[in-house]
Design a protein around this ligand. Structure first.
Ligand SMILES: Cc1cc2nc3c(=O)[nH]c(=O)nc-3n(C[C@H](O)[C@H](O)[C@H](O)COP(=O)(O)O)c2cc1C
Length: 320
C-alpha cells in the first residue's frame, strides 16, 4: 500500500511534505526541464520585492566545508514580472508559495497588494530573515515586538495562508516564533541562513563583496534541527523545517523533530532532482517501517525522548 503523504499547512493541503527552499529554485523554470513540478508538495519562489532588485555585486557565493555562503541580496525581477512567472506555474497543479521581502512594512504590503488577486498565488512566506540586505530582512526577524507588529500588519492585508520564515541569528528562536504565531501566522518556516564570512588567505581580503553572507547546506543541519525541535514544541501552528537537507533520511529527521513539511535549498546546486528523490525516499521509509501516513511520524522523536525521560526519571546518571 502506498503511504499517504498529504499534510496541511494553513489552508493548503499538500500532496506531499517536500518543497524547494526559496532562492534555490528561482521561479521553477530551470527545474521544469528535469522533472514535472507536479511532483512537488509546493513550489516556493525567490524572495520577491515590490520593485526589481539587482542584488549585491559579485562575488556573491563561496563554498565552505559542507556548506555554502551566499550574499545574493534578494536579486529578483519585482512583483509584477514575478506574477507572470508564477502564472506559468499554475499548469503543475501544485500550490505556489511566494517568498515576500521588503525594506519596510509598506513594501511588504505593496508586494501583497500586487499579488493578492492572483489566483496562481496560494500562500506567502514572509521573509523576515534575509541576512544579506542592508534594510529590512533580518532586521525584522530578530526582535519579537517588531515581528509581532509586521506580521499583524501583513495578516490584515491577506486571507491567503501566511507563513513566516524565521532567522536562526537570534538567541531565543522560541520567543520570535511565539510572536509570529500570536500575530496570526498560519505556519512558520525555519531556518534561513546563518550569518557567516570567509577570507581568502592569499589576497588577504574577505571573499564575498558584501563581506558577510548566509551559511546553508549540511553544515547548518544540526542547528536547524535543534531549532525545529524547540519551535514545534512551543507553537500550535505547523513548522516547515529546512537547513542542510540533501536526502530522504535528512528530511525524515526533520519530520521526527516535529516539522510538518520540509524545504530543500542548497542541495539543488549539486542535485537538481533532489526534491522528487526525497519524496520517493520518504514514501519508501514509511513503507519499510509500517507507517500508513507521513503524519504518523511528525514529532515522533519527541515522544521517544519523553518516554526515555520517564524511564530515567530519578536515576542518578553520575553513578554507574
Ligand atoms: C543562493 C541562496 C539564495 C537564497 N535566497 C533566499 C530568499 O530569497 N528568501 C529566503 O527566505 N531564503 C533564501 N535562502 C535561504 C534558503 O531558502 C534556506 O532557508 C537556507 O538556505 C537553508 O536551507 P538549505 O541548507 O537547504 O539551503 C537562500 C539560500 C541560498 C543558498
Amino acid at each position: 500500500m502506498t503511504p499517504d503523504l498529504t499534510v496541511k499547512i494553513g489552508k493548503l493541503t499538500l500532496k506531499n511534505p517536500v518543497m524547494p527552499a526559496s532562492g534555490c529554485f528561482g521561479y521553477g523554470e530551470e527545474y521544469a526541464a528535469f522533472y514535472s513540478l507536479e511532483q512537488l508538495g509546493a513550489i516556493v519562489v525567490k524572495g520577491t520585492t515590490a520593485e526589481p532588485c539587482a542584488g549585491n555585486p559579485p562575488v556573491r557565493l563561496a563554498e565552505t566545508p559542507a556548506g555554502l555562503l551566499n550574499a545574493i541580496g534578494l536579486q529578483n525581477p519585482g512583483a509584477e514580472v514575478a506574477r507572470g512567472k508564477i502564472r506559468r506555474l499554475q499548469q503543475y497543479n501544485t500550490p505556489v508559495i511566494v517568498n515576500v521581502a521588503g525594506q519596510n512594512p509598506e513594501e511588504y504590503l505593496q508586494v501583497i497588494r500586487i499579488l493578492d488577486e492572483e489566483p496562481a498565488v496560494s500562500a506567502y512566506e514572509l521573509n523576515i530573515s534575509c541576512p544579506n540586505v542592508r534594510a529590512g530582512g533580518m532586521a525584522f526577524g530578530t526582535d519579537p515586538q517588531v515581528v509581532n507588529s509586521l506580521v499583524r500588519t501583513v495578516r490584515r492585508a491577506t486571507e491567503k495562508t501566511l507563513i513566516v520564515k524565521l532567522s536562526p541569528n537570534v538567541t531565543d528562536i522560541v520567543a520570535i516564533a511565539r510572536a509570529a504565531e500570536e500575530a496570526g501566522a498560519d505556519a512558520l518556516s525555519l531556518i534561513n541562513t546563518l550569518l557567516g564570512m570567509s577570507i581568502d588567505s592569499e589576497t588577504r581580503r574577505p571573499l564575498l563583496a558584501n563581506l558577510t553572507g548566509g551559511l546553508s547546506g549540511p553544515a547548518v543541519k544540526p542547528v536547524a534541527l535543534r531549532m525545529v525541535w524547540q519551535v514545534s514544541e512551543a507553537v500550535k501552528i505547523p513548522v516547515i523545517g529546512m537547513g542542510g537537507i540533501t536526502c530522504a533520511a535528512d528530511a525524515v529527521e526533520f519530520l521526527l523533530a516535529g516539522a510538518t513539511a520540509v524545504a530543500i535549498g542548497s542541495a539543488h546546486f549539486i542535485n537538481p532532482i533532489v526534491c522528487p528523490e526525497v519524496v520517493e525516499g520518504i514514501a519508501a521509509y514509511l513503507a519499510r517501517h509500517g507507517f500508513r501516513a507521513v503524519r504518523e511520524i511528525i514529532g515522533l522523536a519527541k515522544k521517544a525522548a519523553g518516554e526515555e525521560g520517564e524511564k530515567d526519571a530519578g536515576k542518578d546518571h553520575c553513578r554507574p
